[in-house]
Design a protein around this ligand. Structure first.
Ligand code: HEC
Ligand code: HEC
Ligand code: HEC
Ligand code: HEC
Ligand code: HEC
Length: 236
């Protein structure tokens, strides 16, 4: 007689029970995770027109500096979003053909029609707050990282800070621990490392007679003025 049910088949009911149980647990776990506010309140992240222009690709993997696209961020209050021509410089018809997909065609169509891409605005302060000055913050050594998070790892940008008044004031009262050397403000990976390891760096500096990296104490001397706390600085 042929072996209809081989010997290993005896363990099938057990395997099925364990497997089924595992599936059930996963389902409950998934519901638990995605149904909680912790998941839904991670940050405002609207759907963008070029399905996810990826900062992770452009600023992360390709290592492009923020100022390549946000050209005015150091010199004006406003951080501009790039126009289509900036994208087209790399994504013109015959360029980067190997990578070109449906998504890139949106850039080309917009360029051909002399139209702009309608990006959804993510970070927005209420109108009763004065023009937020990007240039002043960058010149003082506050990195994009402190306010926008690790953008170079974001396929789609989302808001990571509350941008509430107490958030602004928390830093204005005690900016020292967030300052970095001015020429590093757009190097977000370096900055994250620096800010997270500052305790270690300070300890190293004490123990072994100086480390290569500047300590926050060194950096704070670059601050011209104490950040404002008076209502008039931020409100009309
Ligand atoms: C290749 C061009 C390019 C580069 C380089 C780039 N960005 Fe952007 N950025 C854009 C575009 C386009 C948008 C609008 C679409 C979006 O929100 O993803 C944007 C949006 C943003 C936003 C959200 C703006 C809002 O609506 O509130 C932030 C914050 C931002 N960029 C920060 C950075 C930082 C920080 C860097 C450097 C690490 C950087 N960007 C590098 C093109 C670029
Ligand atoms: C300095 C050159 C350069 C600039 C400027 C640039 N890109 Fe790119 N982009 C690339 C390269 C290279 C890739 C492919 C990266 C990869 O997949 O490794 C890419 C990939 C993409 C993709 C993903 C394609 C896909 O389907 O996977 C999209 C969408 C895109 N870019 C849109 C834009 C937009 C929108 C802008 C302007 C805000 C822009 N790019 C500016 C070089 C550039
Ligand atoms: C001290 C905090 C802070 C720093 C540092 C900072 N930003 Fe912002 N950013 C903001 C706030 C707040 C807004 C919303 C401003 C508003 O609504 O007027 C914003 C808005 C933006 C926008 C949207 C502008 C628009 O018109 O759609 C972009 C793009 C942006 N930031 C890029 C950057 C880049 C790139 C850097 C670093 C070079 C940077 N930011 C550094 C706080 C910051
Ligand atoms: C991570 C730290 C940090 C955060 C967060 C921050 N600021 Fe500041 N801000 C500074 C520093 C540092 C200065 C001082 C710059 C100088 O004068 O050297 C400053 C200065 C200012 C000034 C004075 C500009 C001038 O011309 O003198 C204004 C206005 C301001 N911040 C508004 C805001 C608002 C509004 C927010 C919240 C949406 C905010 N800041 C969040 C660090 C921060
Ligand atoms: C460093 C900048 C800054 C300073 C200084 C500041 N504010 Fe604000 N304030 C903000 C921002 C940003 C918001 C918007 C918060 C939001 O979107 O939730 C705000 C919101 C408010 C609101 C609306 C209600 C709320 O709490 O959200 C009131 C009222 C207010 N501020 C009053 C004041 C008064 C009074 C002072 C002086 C004692 C002051 N602010 C100083 C940045 C500032």
């Amino acid at each position: 007689m042929s072996v209809l049910f081989p010997k290993w088949f005896n363990s099938f009911p057990t395997l099925a029970a364990v497997g089924g149980g595992g599936f059930l647990l996963t389902a409950i776990g998934a519901f638990w995770y995605w149904a909680t506010p912790a998941f839904w309140e991670v940050g405002y992240q609207p759907i963008q027109p070029v399905e996810a222009f990826s900062h992770q690709i452009h600023a992360g993997r390709l290592g492009m500096d923020c100022r390549y696209c946000h050209t005015k961020v150091e010199v004006s209050a406003e951080a501009n979003v790039p126009n289509v021509a900036t994208c087209y410089g790399c994504h013109a018809e015959k360029r980067l053909a190997a990578w070109s997909t449906q998504r890139v065609s949106l850039v080309r169509e917009a360029y051909a029609k002399d139209a702009s891409i309608e990006w959804r605005r993510i970070h927005k302060l209420p109108d009763y707050v004065r023009n937020f000055p990007h240039n002043v913050h960058l010149a003082a050594g506050v990195s994009c990282y402190s306010c926008h998070g690790q953008i170079t790892a974001m396929p789609v940008v989302h808001q990571v800070q509350s941008l509430s008044m107490s958030w602004c004031l928390d830093c204005h009262r005690n900016p020292e621990s967030r300052l970095v050397p001015k020429d590093r403000v757009t190097q977000l990976v370096w900055v994250q490392n620096f800010l997270e390891n500052r305790g270690v760096a300070a300890a190293g500096a004490m123990g072994s007679g100086g480390s290569q990296q500047p300590t926050p104490g060194d950096v704070v001397h670059s601050l011209k003025r104490q950040p404002p706390q008076g209502c008039g600085a931020c409100h009309y």
